[in-house]
Design a protein around this ligand. Structure first.
Ligand code: MG
Ligand code: ZN
Length: 191
């Protein structure tokens, strides 16, 4: 069986974008706004080198909410892919949920099973890639991520959030400052 690390995207790999007009943080909507945190690429390489399959599991509801076009979100996704390719980082799967329960774009609105804390994508990956959940991890910065990981039988690490920390109530197995610390914990607790 394989071992895996499931990663939330925004706030874990990259900074959120601060929108001065709306005075709120949101994921990047343009390629130029994709800013990875320091040390992220190195940490992904270390995990990869230690035989962890890598997955991204991300909620991207801003098209459903009418705040971005689907093209914007796809361009940003491609920019991430470009950066990963350039650095020889290979994700076995990148799972994007574009839905939102209260969206205004009908096609993407209403209930879905793939939006975290739902674990549809994680369970699909566990099955498709023969992942041993016990030796695998979920890393995120919000309660939704930790609940998704726990409900999938994974160990969980929460990255302290620059944006949502005050909202987080769920206990993760570990709480750390960044992905580098998270990857160190994973290697130390290798099963
Ligand atoms: Mg996040
Ligand atoms: Zn969904």
């Amino acid at each position: 069986m394989s071992k895996a690390v499931f990663l939330d995207r925004d706030g874990v790999l990259n900074e959120m974008y601060f929108n001065k007009e709306t005075n709120e943080f949101h994921p990047p909507f343009e390629a130029a706004d994709v800013k990875l945190y320091d040390g992220v690429l190195e940490s992904l390489k270390v995990l990869q080198k230690n035989d962890y399959l890598l997955f991204i599991v991300t909620n991207q509801p801003d098209h459903a909410k009418g705040k971005a076009s689907l093209d914007d979100l796809m361009n940003v996704r491609e920019e991430f892919q470009r950066i990963f390719n350039e650095n020889n980082i290979r994700f076995s799967g990148q799972y994007y949920c574009f839905h939102h329960p209260e969206g205004i774009v009908p096609e993407f609105s209403g209930h879905c099973d793939c939006r975290k804390p739902g674990n549809y994508f994680v369970m699909e990956a566990i099955k498709d890639f023969d992942v041993d959940a016990r030796s695998s991890w979920f890393i995120g910065d919000r309660d939704k991520d930790i609940i998704c990981g726990t409900n999938s039988g994974l160990r969980t690490i929460r990255i302290r959030s620059n944006y949502y920390e005050y909202k987080n109530k769920t206990d993760a197995d570990f709480v750390v400052k960044d992905l580098k610390e998270a990857s160190e914990i994973i290697l130390k607790n290798n099963l």
